[in-house]
Design a protein around this ligand. Sequence first.
Ligand SMILES: Cc1cc2nc3c(=O)[nH]c(=O)nc-3n(C[C@H](O)[C@H](O)[C@H](O)COP(=O)(O)OP(=O)(O)OC[C@H]3O[C@@H](n4cnc5c(N)ncnc54)[C@H](O)[C@@H]3O)c2cc1C
Length: 474
Amino acid sequence: MTAADTTSSRAVAALREGFIDDLFVTDPEITVSFSRDRTGAYFGLPLAIARPRSAGEVSAILIRCAKLGLGVVPQGGLTGLVGAAVSDSVSPEVVIRFDRMSAVRSVDPIGYAMVVEAGCVLETAKQAAEAEDCLLPITFGSQGSCRIGGNIATNAGGFNVLRYGMTRDLVLGLEVVLPDGRVWDGLRTLRKDNRGYDLKQLFIGSEGTLGVVTAAALKIFPRPSQVQTALVGLRSTADAMRLYAKARRGCSDLLSAFEFMLRDGVELAFSHRPALTDPLETVCPVYVLMELSAGGAVDLPRVLESCLEAAGDLVVDGVIASSQAQAERLWSLREAMVEAQSRDGPYYRTDVSVPITSIPAFLDAALAELAASLPEGRPIAYGHVGDGNIHLNVVPPPGASEEERKTLFRRAEDLIFGVVDRFGGSISAEHGVGRSKKRAFLERVDPVTLDLFRTLKHVFDPTGFLSRGRIFDD
Ligand SMILES: Cc1cc2nc3c(=O)[nH]c(=O)nc-3n(C[C@H](O)[C@H](O)[C@H](O)COP(=O)(O)OP(=O)(O)OC[C@H]3O[C@@H](n4cnc5c(N)ncnc54)[C@H](O)[C@@H]3O)c2cc1C
């Protein structure tokens, strides 16, 4: 047994002392399953995994860890993409998991609110809302695995932000255990409450650095009884923006998704899933997946058709799904494109944003620079037009070594983020900073913002033991 092993078994014994035996899991054969997030780039075997059943137990865990000087990191479904939820590899942390705090406590179809525990899987929360004929609109690819606590801590976005907003816009109240063990009870379903500071907003998007979310009250909406989906082929991203502007008006603001993809991404999808066929007869440089949804007596098919008719020449080709199965096939094109990027190993991914109207100019500039400086990488661009949010990724050439990938990723990051800066954009529209974007974030953040971040962190967590080193260094 090495000296490090002895220290860690002493720490584990001190951690467990006086607690029910099954609160902590320390067997490395089990904890290893919770040591890597979806980036695959960060690995950290936790000292222990805590599995609390209540906010009270979370509080006791935090108090004990603070006393012992152990780092703590809350973990949701580990679908995060910035390495934030994984234990540090050098100083193993205590990971708090929420699989025992995953209940849907209530769904109120009159007040349009639901209360869920932090460990509730997003898909489960959505299904519970649906059972009451309501919609929890947070929607994206990892919804079958990510958990509400993780969605809140990352202020998750997704396909429906343009209609319903980010997670931040959907949270009515929170229960949070503070690093000193106090439970902050802000779990309310009030729509209006102007009693001073809106504290819940501090925790949303804080990537687990200010407190541990244990429950949330969320806004829900009437479930749309009709959905219309179309895939439209266009000549350019500038035309995609023109169509977006027209569609917002022409579709009575019933747009719930407006996703663009470039032809190269669509071809990547075809090569990945050969069963997929080109839904349009004409090959177009740019595609848009539009979704409209509504309830009540709205003639939604007519709204969509008239909007596309009014778009005239902008639309080169298009198809409106005539069934749910066909709509799913259209969406599977986008899914396949996302999956295909990782077919041959890790790729460089971004989730940048620029002002909505700058999307075409941003893409032109970034793609031209990538072509000139990194011709070996294959850029794949797609995104949520209505949010100005672009995933401009770079897929390395097949057979690239780990070293070659690293160099490519670093150069792609510098190049793409440099263009984002010129357009006054953000290097993280959705996924957060975590560890993977810390360097880039710190290179750009202004001193006043960083000072306020540090001051806030110090107020909540003066010793910095909660999610240490995520977003910035204490
Ligand atoms: C296929 C795929 C598609 C995706 N698409 C999108 C997308 O469209 N939009 C988008 O925004 N994201 C997307 N993501 C990223 C990811 O799914 C989201 O960031 C998600 O919200 C993370 O939730 P999680 O439960 O997996 O959190 P984790 O990855 O486990 O943790 C993420 C962060 O939250 C913190 N955290 C977790 N639980 C708590 C808690 N209870 N209290 C305090 N802090 C906590 C962690 O410490 C960490 O900092 C995608 C990921 C994948 C793999």
